[in-house]
Structures are given as C-alpha cells and as structure tokens.
Design a protein around this ligand. Sequence first.
Ligand SMILES: [Zn+2]
Length: 374
Amino acid sequence: MGIHHGHILRVLRDEGPQSRAALSRRAKLSATTLTHVTAQLLREGYIRENETNGAARVGRPAQAVRLVADAARVAGVHIGAGHVQVAITDLKAEPKAMASFEFDIDSADPDRVVERVAASVAGLAAEIQVDAASLLGVGVGVPGPVDTDRRRALASINVGWRDLPMADKLEHAIGLPVVVEHNVSAMALAESRYGIGRGVPALLYVYVKTGLGAGLVVDGAVFRPGGYGAVELGHIQMTADGALCSCGNTGCLETFVCERTLMNAAGLQGAAPADLIARVERNRPAWDAVTRHLTTALASAVNLLTPDLIVFGGHLGQAPDSLFEKLRADLPPRVMPHMRDVLRIERATFGPAGGALGGAALALDHFFYSGALH
Ligand SMILES: [Zn+2]
C-alpha cells in the first residue's frame, strides 16, 4: 500500500461511508487512480462496497464505500510510573481486549517490563482468537521525552530509565514492528483522531497520575518542538522557593498537582481512589491551592500554545464537574482576549483506557493510515 491508500482509508475513517464519486473528490484523486487503489483495498478486505438505497435515480446504483474496521488489529501499550496498560484494537481504535499490570518503580528492570508487555499482547491475542503475528504493529507510550527517530525513551524520571531503546527491545521480544512516543502525546493523538478532539486544530492534553504530563497535537500531528515532543507543563515553575520536584527544580506545577500531593490533601494513604479530586475538594484550602496553581499554569500554556481545546485525563479526567466549572469560569479572564471565546475545557473521551488507546492510535497512524507498513 502507499500514500493514496492511506489517504482513502483516512477519509473513510473520519467521514464515514461514501460513494466513489464523493471519495474521488474528497481525496482529490482521479477516477483511474481511485479505481486502482480501491481495487487493492477491496481485495485485501480493508474496505467494502454496498449499494446505497435510492442514491442513484437512473442506471447503476451508487456504491457506498466503507472502511472495514475489523479487517486488521493493532496493539497499544501505555507505560506509566509502575503501571502498564495494554489493548488490542480494531482499525478505529475500538478496544477488543484489554489488560494491565503493575511493576515496582524502584527496581524497574526495563527488560522485565518489556517481556511482560510482550506476554500481555500474546495473551490478549489468544483471548480474542487472533494470531498475534497478524497484528499490524504495536504503539507504545512511555513516560518522559522520546527520540522518535532513534526510537528511545530519553528520560523516564519516575521509572529511572535513561536513553532506553524501547522500540528495539520490544520488537525483539514480540516480533512485531513497534513505534514509540511520549505517553501523554499518544493520549492526545487518540483524542484528536478518535475522541473529543476530532477536527480541533490544537488540542492540549493534561494528564495527572504520579506526575503531571501534557501532550499537544496541532493540525493532526504531535507537536514536537526541538525534536522530542513532550510539553512539560508539569515543570512550569510556580515559585522558586517551593518543594523539590522530580526534575531537580523547585516549586514546579507538578509539586502542587500530582498524585502524592493530592493524596496528602485528601488525607489518604495507599492506592489512589477514582474520586481522588472530589476528596480533595472537601479540603477547602488544599482545593483552592490546587485550582489556583492549575489555573495559573494553564493560563501561561494557553497564551503560549493557543489550544482550542484542553482535555483532562487521569485523576483530572475523573474530577467532579465542579473542577471543570471552576476552570471554565476562572481561566478565560486570564488569557489573551482572542482566546477567551475559542477555548474549551473537557474531560477525556477514553477515561482510564486512554493510555492504551493512545498507543493504539500511534500504531494505527504509523502502520496503517500512513501506508508505512507496506
Ligand atoms: Zn519539575
């Protein structure tokens, strides 16, 4: 397959079934090229063609071409601090099987984590009776900045990994092509392709779990300033004399809004509950501090990056509506006037599954819709 195949498939994914004539116009391909490309896609089972009811008045009925989402599968992997999530999805990032496991971040041997990811993908494939070797590829989101050309996780601080050749290791373990990306950027990509961010020019994804990560997708592509792509919102310095941050600096946003701080504010110990932010809200001074710092940092992010949409995931994605109402009221007055009417703040579409679906979105982009596989 090539670039035209990917283009046709993307149009069918994003805009649904349509006639050959509409597809030819939309994909800006000649009838001859379209015939050639669709013939191959039909033969390989990636598209199907059905007669549409009453679409044509005379002569041959118009044919509606549609994407067959079940024609192939990819695997998506999210690696967080001590937590891994794996999914196998169809060609529209719809999960068919999911699994997760925990690992100890104080002794996080990357080879062991990679082995367990490979075993998890194989197990999920068996569960849905798919030959693992038939998967198109694997997309992996890892913590911290990524060198996507050298396919390495450069600095996963919370896990203690540096300059790790994640894609090479996983390809070796799993026998499938692998693509690697910063984990929150992958989640932003999934929302931009398949979720609430469809058609949005600039989407900023803010994810709070162990740390505070962010990802930015601009015009459908992960924003990668300087080559590494992580938008380090969590390390905007709020105050120079604040607590020591995992990055080595002091007073970063992440020191005010991360799982440990939120758990302390809620007076909790052990595993974080799903309603962690709602529990923080009951502690008024802590709630005020969290929302104040978040609003201040987001105001800077909005003025610098001009996102049309900010999407919250992780603990923020499970926050009560009151957090969204507060930010929708407090943030606009603090950004440039032209951004006030544009900006939306929403919950992530994919909830706790968002990490693995981020990995799947990466794999789909790379191994299917770009035509890179063939
Ligand atoms: Zn920091």
